[in-house]
Every structure is written in structure tokens, then in C-alpha cells.
Write a protein that binds this ligand. Sequence first.
Ligand code: GAP
Length: 441
Amino acid sequence: MSPVESMDVMVSLCKRRGFIFQSSEIYGGLGSVWDYGPLGVELKNNIKQAWWRAVVMERPDMEGLDAAIFMHPDVWKASGHVDGFTDPLVDCKSCKRRYRADELKDPKKCPECGGELTEPRMFNLMFKTFMGPVEETATTIYLRPETAQGIFANFDNVLTTMRRKLPFGIAQIGKAFRNEITTGNFIFRTREFEQMEIEFFVKPGTDQEWHEYWIKERLNWYKRFGINEENLRLHEHGADELAHYAKSCFDIEYRFPMGWAELEGIANRTDFDLRQHSQLSGKDLSYYDEQEKRRYIPYVIEPSAGVDRSLLAFLCDAYREEEVRGQKRVVLELHPALAPIKVAVFPLLKNRAQLVELAKKIADDLRGDFRTMYDDTAGIGKLYRRQDETGTPWCVTVDMQTLDDQQVTVRDRTTMEQIRIPIERVKPLISEYLQKAWQKP
Ligand code: GAP
């Protein structure tokens, strides 16, 4: 069972605590488009940072890239997206609802009103726009549906400027856009989303070994940052599921509240993309293997993760409800590296100027090192509960005794244990905690 009983629980927590808001809410909202609020953007940045650290900074065989969203339109011809990036669309002749034919149990009957459905027509998922000030003479360009092509188009630039030898990879994080026929399940499937993609270039013949390597590596990353093993599984694509560019593909699936669904795809893209780009652009994208004294087009293993889906999975997996002294306590057991706020500081009594002043001073001092929150807008019990619900690992409370002994109380989110330490120990202690290996409770 998913750790969260329904997606509504997540939607409500995310709205209430400033993680995720509906886009353009004051105008009634824009369907399936979401904005990340103050805590959501912190969590998102922390996830991206954790990924970047693991796949770029900690590895000797990876380079980073930040390619533009707009690319030459021929990129999408070469990649096969202009012709092949389509889903079968059907309309209900009675209620006018639209569906993806391959997601329907009965391809002839509307699941809402029972009306007759049209024959499927192929619908291209790429968003089109125009480049240049005059629409008629402008070039039609696309919002990229995957970040991957920016990597393939820059393969030779990175290879030569960074003097790389195979095997090596290029990693990139960025927005992607798909005019999905059906969206939903909160941030699971949207039309604007963010990807974290690696294209790992290898010698043909070693691709299967590298494919297995990256599947293990990526599964371990989710576990390292707190996803329970029993909520992860692998799904191998059947021939009918494979994308036009892939020889084989494994999805890492997560047990979301609506059921098992894809979190990340890890595909063997063979030499499809580099070969296609070589042919259409006329630029030789082969690699000279000095040992073997021959040229060949590298094969590519592609671990492609969604930032938004990862964020949803980390939130769901961290969610815990329990009863403490007859009251419901909601706690997000997020990995401290992912937690949006690392430490919160409160005065025990907000009408004592000296306590407020000292608590604010402690918070200001911590702020330079950790994302810190100061709060005095409720009683201490409520302040703790708020932080538990947003996953803040540590809370620091300043009380009357602090004025005498210069010591504060530090409370742990998971155990709710409190220790008393000198003010000057707070910063080193939080640093130590953050560097320590973390185990999900
Ligand atoms: N370059 C390969 C590629 O784009 P994909 O399986 O279509 O492969 C990779 O997408 C990942 O991007 C998915 O596993 C998912 O996490 C995320 N993703 C894809 N479409 C999405 C959408 N409409 N909304 C949110 N995330 C999406």
C-alpha cells in the first residue's frame, strides 16, 4: 500500500504548507499546471542538487550541460519526434471529452457518458511556437519535449572541449513540455515539467553491461535519499511499449497513491540519435577509438528522471501519520539533505521581548549556513507540529532559562527528543547532523 491513502492528502498538505499551488489560481487556475511555493522550490532545488552531486560531482566520468529549450527545428526531425512523437487521440461524439485511445478499456465507448468514440487519430505532443517578430515569415520551432536532444546536439562540443574518452556521460536538468492528451494525478503528469537526464556514451557491445549498471545506480539513489525499497520496482518495457529510439528500456516505478507508475526510465538508445543527427546535419559525430584505431558511433544509455515525479515520490514516502497524546501528528520524514527548512527557531513566549530578540539573533546567525525559519505566530505545540508537517529535522527553542544559562532546547523531528545545549553549539551540531549518514526511521 502507498504510504499516503489518497492523492488528495498530498494536494491538501502541499497547498496548506506552501509547497505547491495551482497555476494562475486567482484566475480560476490553469488545468494541470502547478507552481512551486516557498517550501516546494526549496525541496525541488534540494532534489536537483542531490541528483547533480551524485551523478556529476561525485563521478570522474560525467560532464554537466545546460542547453537552451529552443533548438533548430531539424533537431526534432532527426530525433524522430516530428513524425513519431504521437499518441492516439479519440473524441466522444456526445460529451466531447478527449482520451488517449491506448489508455481506454473499450476503445469504442466513452468511459464517462457511454457515447460513441471517433476513430483514433495520431496527435503530436510537441508544443509549437514561432521564432521572430513576424509570424508569417517566422520559423516554426518547438518547445523541447525532452532535454536529451540538447545533449546529443552538443556531444562533439563536450567531447572535444573536455578531452573525453569513452565511456563518459553528459548530465542536464531542465524544463520539458508535452501537450499531453490526458494529464492528472497532481504533478505526476503535466504539460510543463522538469527532467534530470543523463546520456551515457559507451562503446557498442558494452551497452548491456552499462544498462544494468545504471539501473542499479539509479535505484540506489532513490533509496539513499529515503524511498523505501518496497515502494520501488522495475518494469521492463515490452516491444509494444518501447519508444521509437530504444532497443530496451526499464522503468523504475514507485507505488504512488494511484498505484504503481513510472518514476524514471532507463533506456538503451543505441546509436540512434547520434547517427540520425550525423545524417541530417552533415556533421560527423563518430568517435575515434585510439586503442582500436577505428571510428564508430557510440551507444547511449539514458537514465531519464522527472524532477516533479521524484518530488512527489519523496513527499509520499516521507509522509507519516501517528497519534501523540490523543492528537494526530503528521510528520514528513524527509532526508535532512532534502528537507526544505533545516532548522526552525522559536521563542517560548512571544510577548517577552528579550526572548524574541535572542531567538531572532540565533536564527539570523544560522541563516548564513542553513535554510532557517523563525516563527512566533503560535504556541510551542503548534509551532512544532507545523515544522513536523513540512519535514524540518530540528527545532531550537529559546526560553526564560536561556537568558540565564545561554542554553537552548534542540528538538529532533523523528524522535521528538529534546536536548539542552549552549547556543554556540547549535551551528556545529546541525552541521554534524547534516553530514552524518541518515537512516529512514
Ligand atoms: N529522454 C527520454 C524521455 O524523455 P520519458 O520516459 O518520456 O523519456 C522521462 O520521460 C521521465 O520524465 C519520466 O520517467 C517522468 O519522470 C518524466 N515525465 C515524462 N513526461 C512527463 C509529464 N507529462 N509530466 C511529468 N513528468 C513527466
